[in-house]
Write a protein that binds this ligand. Sequence first.
Ligand SMILES: Cc1cc2nc3c(=O)[nH]c(=O)nc-3n(C[C@H](O)[C@H](O)[C@H](O)COP(=O)(O)OP(=O)(O)OC[C@H]3O[C@@H](n4cnc5c(N)ncnc54)[C@H](O)[C@@H]3O)c2cc1C
Length: 445
Amino acid sequence: MEATSTQVRQGTIPPVVAARWALWTFVIVNLVIVEVLFLTAGTGKNGVLTVAKFFGLHAAVLMMFQLLLVARLPWLDRRIGMDRLTVWHRWVGFTLLWTLLTHAVLVVLGYARLDDASMTKTFVALAGVPASLFGMLAAAIVAVVAAVSARQVRRRLRYETWHGVHLLLYLALGLAFVHQLQETTTFSSSAPAVIYWWALWLFAFGALVTGRIVMPLWRNAYHRFEVVAVVPESDDVVSVRVTGRHLDRLPARAGQFCIWRFPGHNHWWLANPFSLSAAPDGRTLRLTAKAVGSTSAGLRHVPVGTRAFVEGPYGAFTSLHRTRPGALLIAGGVGITPVRALLEEEPAGDVVVLYRVRSEDDAVLVDEVRTLVAGLGGRLHLLTGRRGEGSPPFEPESLRALVPDITERDVYVCGPPAMTSAVLSALHRLKVPHLQVHAERFGLA
Ligand SMILES: Cc1cc2nc3c(=O)[nH]c(=O)nc-3n(C[C@H](O)[C@H](O)[C@H](O)COP(=O)(O)OP(=O)(O)OC[C@H]3O[C@@H](n4cnc5c(N)ncnc54)[C@H](O)[C@@H]3O)c2cc1C
């Protein structure tokens, strides 16, 4: 297990900055290599096809970068956080779509010019060539996934439906890979180019397979997670405690979350993210879930002894990013779960907790939070009320009134996406330095 007590880093590069630099360096170095290979490999059959080739190569590079962003590599995940990596993945995805479409249109245009034929006739002719057809199918799948990922459409879809469609991207990736093997000239132009291109693909695929398949399977086989207690906290909130072998070797920190499956109880494809609601103690992990849909509502009926399949831990909402001695922890509703865990790592003295709930009865784990805050000599403000009622608690003036030295503290925020955005905007207006602000939104997609 990693060190669990909160330590303030001084004079070192913040982990998130180090990770961003590492990613940027990786991207820039590879882009430089790709440009050099492109420029030295010779041109296409005409000018348009040369530009098409340029876009095709960059689409391939974007695909590999996408794999890296979703590989859930612990080093990146702990420093940047899955939510931010997912946002980048989304933007790279849309960039990939436009790059692919530009490549496809230019290929058709280039061959139409070469053969002095219409674009439609050329398109049909290209669709008859397997290598081109694979590329077209890959582009079509990316376009469909992008369409269902547009905010207006995504909001109307069930998570499982959207996720199922999203998984088609792996098919697109396979098709695009075969398309490249058959069509690419830049990376078959020399032995070093071939080696480089294969190495890059192997690295990207290797990262994905390691992070998404090998590590979770290995961890579950090693730890053999099992439910040891199910504790109703209220009518619609339940805590589930899970144990396992050698849990002291699981690199989990307070503030992180796992993706949980209870295969003997639920369908194996139902996997839900829940934060650790207590700091990992090397013997058990605890989640606390509010019932919003069938899986979370069904957790109170999970029998003790059920095997759990746990992916993670993930997330950068931890004390690894601590920069100041004082902390302000802001939670909305069930967003208290990682905050409650973080409190166990807080040093005594300078902690303030703002806990926003509709009414005191809705305050999940409030007794535990009270006891922890009192033990630390900190302050807890229970901010009751509904949205739109009374004065909004997360306006800059209200926050400053409650915590006058807010800019001197690390601020951890966790809650529903809308509340988290409101608090982040207020912190921005209050000029709380960027590196002191840490957020977890209870919504990844
Ligand atoms: C990082 C993170 C940590 C979380 N921690 C907690 C916690 O500690 N306690 C708690 O009560 N809730 C937590 N949530 C929210 C919780 O994951 C959802 O409420 C839960 O998954 C709902 O599932 P359901 O099947 O009961 O409801 P559904 O009706 O199926 O889902 C309701 C909504 O939950 C979201 N959701 C469902 N499944 C997933 C998934 N696999 N991945 C991402 N989002 C999904 C979707 O936006 C969906 O529209 C967390 C969410 C995230 C992203």
